[in-house]
Ligand binder design. Structure first.
Ligand code: HEC
Length: 125
């Protein structure tokens, strides 16, 4: 939960930097591993997935995915479900969506990047 707040703070600061607004809130140091995962997400996933509620780009919003992931497939933990969703997206297709997610991430994303990405998504409670 604390990590999640850090991410939100960081995102808010990044956004305010873009709009040029000055923001005097002191930044706590975010976890570099989570930030690495967020960078992988921005580079590979953000074209199809939003992180804010109720926003569909091509895929479903991943807001709250860490919570949902626990109950998606019986026998899979949240971590296992998220990893499976990335490596074998066709195994479980979210209701209302087509199975159009790219399937070559295993080749394109290194093991370390994948761990960071999953850790980042697990903060999306
Ligand atoms: C071309 C668009 C596209 C890209 C790029 C993409 N996805 Fe998806 N994703 C989808 C679609 C469409 C679905 C819903 C269908 C399904 O379940 O496969 C989905 C489903 C998911 C789900 C399941 C969500 C749930 O509520 O159960 C997760 C998790 C996910 N994607 C993560 C990722 C991650 C992480 C990346 C980047 C490595 C990524 N996706 C890249 C289109 C995309």
């Amino acid at each position: 939960m604390y990590r999640y707040i850090l991410i939100i703070l960081f995102a808010a600061l990044a956004l305010s930097a873009c709009t040029g607004a000055s923001n005097a809130v002191p930044t706590p140091t975010p976890d570099p591993f989570i930030l690495q995962g967020q960078a992988v997400f921005n580079a590979r996933c953000a074209t199809c997935h939003a992180l804010v509620p109720d926003t569909i780009i091509i895929g479903p919003s991943l807001y709250g995915v860490a919570t949902r992931a626990e109950t998606r497939v019986q026998g899979l933990t949240a971590e296992e479900y998220i990893l499976m969703s990335i490596l074998r997206p066709g195994d479980y297709v979210v209701e209302g969506f087509n199975n159009v997610m790219i399937t070559n991430f295993a080749k394109e994303i290194t093991g370390e990047e994948m761990d960071a990405l999953v850790a980042f998504l697990l903060t999306m409670k």
